[in-house]
Each structure stands twice: as C-alpha cells, then as structure tokens.
Design a protein around this ligand. Structure first.
Ligand code: IMP
Length: 193
C-alpha cells in the first residue's frame, strides 16, 4: 500500500482521513515522518496556505503529501475572518474568543450569510492538485450546541434542518460540510490512481 503524508497534527482530521482511505493508502501524519517544525502559513488566501504547506513538506521531505486549510467567510464582514479564522480574536486558537468577536461584530446586522471553504492541496508524483469544498449557511445570534469545534455552534447550514453544525453528529456534519466535500473529491481522485 502506498504511503501518503497528511500535513497535520490534528488527530481528529487524521483519523477521518485514515478511515476514508483505508485499504488504499497508508496515511501518515507529520509526527510519523518526524516533522516537528512550524510549517509556514503566511499566504493571503486559504488556497495559498494549503499549497504552501504541501509544497514545504514536499521540498523538505521529498514525499507525496496533502494539506488542508479552511476559512469562514461572513459576507457582512467583507469575507472575515477568512484566512484568519484560527487566530481571529487572539494569537492562540481560542474558539470562544473567536466566536465572541464574530457575534459582537455582527450585533444588529441583518445579513447573516456566510460559508465555510476548505482547500486541500495534494502533491503526487511531483504534480500539484487542489480540491475544494464549500457549505453555505447563516451566522446565528447566539451559540447552539456543544459538538464540533471552531465556529460550529454559530453556523447553521442552509441544507440542514435548522440545527447548527454544533448540534449535529460528526457523521451528519461530514455529509454536508466544506471539509467533507473537499475530502470526498480528494478520495475520488486518489481512488482513480
Ligand atoms: P484549519 O485550516 O482547518 O486549521 O481551520 C482554521 C480555523 O477555521 C479553525 O481554527 C477553526 O476556527 C475554523 N474551522 C475550520 N474548520 C471548521 C469547522 O469544520 N467548523 C468550525 N470551524 C472550523
């Protein structure tokens, strides 16, 4: 079975990808290849960051690899937090502070439309391929649900039944989510190789 590196240390994402590609690819993490450095993520777009991370691993380790990057784009905030989604409120990954910043900025705003966008960048046999996934939704005025992570508790997908991502099971969320869709496209491509 062919090895492929997923440029992440997020155990949850890694497990998800291992399940999807089971029997076809041996998905390894950054820790598995002994990479403990901070990979640069300084591009101005999520696509740029996904490509930057995959290219960095390829250049330094010479292996087939893929990386992902996600952003929440809120129309009334001109696309913010976008590429800054992880560190919107503080320098750390403080989900509650990020949500509070969004809710404060959105106070009294009637246009609540937003979307999550994920880009996966794959480098295979020296060639770059990208896979995208999006989900449209609305930003609620308060948090609903304890599940998921990040902005899940204030994001209500258009295609759902009114629940936020934070109120759905992982399976329900993955079936319609930005990352679920991008991963499905990656898996389809890898299956054809
Ligand atoms: P990353 O590129 O996957 O690390 O995502 C960047 C940031 O976007 C995260 O720190 C979260 O705040 C947010 N985010 C990414 N994916 C999701 C999701 O599925 N639900 C809610 N927030 C997310």
């Amino acid at each position: 079975m062919k090895d492929i590196i997923f440029a992440t240390n997020n155990a949850h994402k890694l497990e998800e990808l291992r399940q999807i590609l089971a029997g076809r690819f041996n998905v390894l993490s950054l820790a598995d290849i002994d990479c403990h450095e901070d990979i640069p993520e300084t591009a101005p777009t999520i696509e740029g960051n996904a490509v930057m991370k995959a290219q960095w691993i390829h250049e330094h380790y010479g292996v087939d690899c893929f990386s992902d990057d996600t952003g929440l784009e809120i129309d009334a905030l001109g696309g913010e937090p976008g590429v800054h989604s992880a560190r919107y409120a503080t320098d750390g990954h403080d989900n509650i502070a990020n949500i509070n910043k969004v809710l404060t900025k959105m106070a009294g705003v009637t246009d609540r439309t937003a979307r999550f966008r994920t880009v996966i960048a794959l480098i295979m046999d020296g060639e770059l391929h990208t896979f995208k996934g999006e989900v449209e939704g609305r930003i609620l005025t308060e948090r609903h649900g304890e599940g998921g992570f990040g902005y899940d508790s204030i994001f209500q997908p258009v295609e759902g039944d009114g629940r936020t991502f934070g109120e759905m099971s992982a399976q329900e969320k993955n079936a319609i989510s930005h990352r679920g869709r991008a991963v499905a496209r990656l898996a389809e491509f890898l299956s054809s190789r």
